[in-house]
Design a protein around this ligand. Sequence first.
Ligand SMILES: CC(C)(COP(=O)(O)OP(=O)(O)OC[C@H]1O[C@@H](n2cnc3c(N)ncnc32)[C@H](O)[C@@H]1OP(=O)(O)O)[C@@H](O)C(=O)NCCC(=O)NCCS
Length: 337
Amino acid sequence: MPWVVRDTVDEINRAVGRRWQGIDRLLPPRAELPEGCTAPFVATGANGRPAGLAACRHEHVPPGALNQTWGTAHRFSLIARLREADTSAALDDLLGQWRDHLAGLPGTGADDTAAMISWPARDVSGVTTLLRHGLQPITVIAVRHARPEPAAPEPAAPEATAPEAASHVTTGGDGLVIRAAGLADLDAVTELEIGVIRYDALFGAAILRPATEELVRAETRAALAARPAWAWLAERDGEPVGLVHVQPPEQSRWITGMTRSGVTVYLQTMFVRPAERGGGVGAALVRHLHAVLDARGVDTTLLHYAQVNPLSAPFWSRMGYGPLWTGWEVRLAASLR
Ligand SMILES: CC(C)(COP(=O)(O)OP(=O)(O)OC[C@H]1O[C@@H](n2cnc3c(N)ncnc32)[C@H](O)[C@@H]1OP(=O)(O)O)[C@@H](O)C(=O)NCCC(=O)NCCS
């Protein structure tokens, strides 16, 4: 990248960080433009200055990776940084350049490819432009901050031990118990993990692969061996009926750059068996989880849900989560308009 462009990148990154803070305090305070597969695309504003930059990145996920369950095997992502409050014209320019770039790349018209862009959920100025280029909103990254008032003075450090005592909680006389999951629960937890993948696959947010079940089982085995536990089962009369599973902070780093700094975890699974839904099991699991996370000093919890999953958005909203990013996609990658 020539030095002139690098200066421009730094300046735009700072401007974008400031703009993001104006629309959502839980977005990162500073934007980064990563190295792309070519020099950045540049959108020129009305005053002749660069109004935005974008980098194209390619990811080829091998069949043996569980990540192939969470999207297409071949992913072409645009990381766009736009300085003006009204992003529409500059975004249109960048998406047009990206479309022409993708059209010239081998393999972008093949099955199992997608062109993708993560867009701040509250940056509504870009939505009609994204739609016009054929992109569809597929996933949402939602966020909960443990201390919702960012300007408030920091509270005293939490006691790290308190809610561990709540690793067994009976939520009433209805026979519902929330407890930490362990290795002895491998079959039940794997089945509930697959349950949410099957459900998300209905909305295009997951793709069930031949290896998915085996890979989920292997990953679950490793996760359940960890102590303290980060997965909890809801049991009714001794039968598992629901699961919440969180990746600890050190395993959540792949996504923590999507929000501001602090101790951040990723909530990977939330599932209640169909016959038990609407009866308070999900809320009981999340209440328990939040007590533990607050006690472990977690500031921020991130999760994904499928944009058109009719159960997840209202549920997560009731639990204190709001949309932070929207994942827009077009499959096949060369179908970008
Ligand atoms: C999402 C899910 C975990 C919710 O669990 P649940 O046990 O049905 O939820 P609860 O009964 O505890 O509901 C908790 C609150 O959310 C509300 N809620 C739950 N689902 C809702 C819906 N579809 N529409 C409106 N409100 C809903 C409840 O009314 C309740 O609010 P209240 O406290 O004011 O009464 C469950 O529906 C599920 O497993 N869905 C399939 C998998 C899935 O979508 N997982 C999430 C993917 S990220």
